[in-house]
Design a protein. Structure first.
Length: 293
């Protein structure tokens, strides 16, 4: 039986929100791959809304990358879920269980949405890394010639997903992340792979980043990567604990609060809706007269 879905985006981060409530199955890897192969439904993450599995939560959110693999967190996708559910229910505040933990989120009167992304983890075995590093503000990892590496000594953190942040003093667009991203994502130091970001600190309250997402590739926005960049920068006093993080799709407002929680605020945008088969990925728009894809 088909389920409703919405094609949305968070600052260009392409999202499918699939309504799996009232069902016992999940969106399959086959369906994810098929949906991503269609230009109209190409996505970075699927946010599948399931019935709550934990007391005190509104829903369980399963997250799939465009290659069909699973992710633990997606901040931009969470904002899309909030906008979709708020439009349906009139509620503004939600608590979700995700594979990466419990997240709370709120839609504001101006339409912006804040997500509590939880607490960052920095210990080497929490990220995780394949070998022990006492100082994760900069680990031994580089790409390019040994005596003149293109990227080196990233800060690492876990924001639901593993992240590596490489610091640069130039325009992040000048680095060939399409070439370096896959190599670094799958480097043996990351046993669960990692999201790879290039970050330029332009002021104590402003970073510019570009991210190669684990399982999704180069994206216009990655919320958890923006969080990783801020907390890693603040740890080494490159920035304050609140800053704007500019991604290719626009700006996110980030605050690493004193209680160790990271609050991310940004927009979400609806594109179109339809129904899909969660096992095969076949879909059709809600618009009358549209043929099934």
């Amino acid at each position: 039986m088909d389920v409703p879905f919405a094609k949305m985006n968070g600052l260009g981060n392409r999202i499918i929100v699939a309504d799996m409530r009232g069902r016992g199955d999940s969106v399959s890897r086959q369906a994810a791959v098929a949906l991503n192969a269609d230009d109209a439904t190409r996505f970075d993450q699927i946010m599948a809304i399931h019935d709550a599995r934990a007391d005190g939560t509104d829903h369980y959110i399963d997250i799939l990358n465009s290659d069909g693999s699973h992710a633990q967190a997606c901040g931009n996708g969470t904002r899309c879920v909030v906008q979709a559910l708020s439009a349906e229910t009139g509620k503004a505040r939600f608590t979700f269980q995700t594979p990466g933990g419990i997240l709370s989120a709120e839609e504001h009167s101006d339409g912006m949405i804040s997500v509590d992304m939880g607490m960052p983890r920095f210990r080497w075995d929490q990220i995780p890394l394949a070998e022990e590093f006492h100082d994760t503000t900069g680990i031994e990892l580089q790409i390019g010639p040994i005596d003149a590496p293109v990227l080196h000594t990233p800060s690492v953190a876990n924001i639901g997903n593993p992240h590596a942040v490489f610091w640069v003093d130039a325009d992040v667009q000048t680095f060939d992340l399409v070439r370096f991203g896959p190599l670094l994502e799958s480097h043996p130091i990351f046993p669960e792979k990692a999201n790879i970001s290039i970050a330029n600190v332009v002021a104590r309250d402003h970073l510019v980043i570009r991210t190669w997402e684990r399982g999704a590739g180069l994206t216009e926005a990655c919320g958890s990567a923006a969080c990783a960049a801020l907390v890693c920068a603040a740890r080494v006093d490159k920035t304050d604990r609140a800053a704007t993080v500019t991604v290719p799709g626009g700006d996110l407002k980030l605050e690493w609060r004193e209680d160790n929680h990271i609050i991310m605020t940004g927009p979400a945008e609806w594109e179109f809706s339809g129904v899909l088969d969660p096992q095969t990925g076949q879909w059709r728009r809600d618009d009358p007269g549209r043929e099934a894809k």
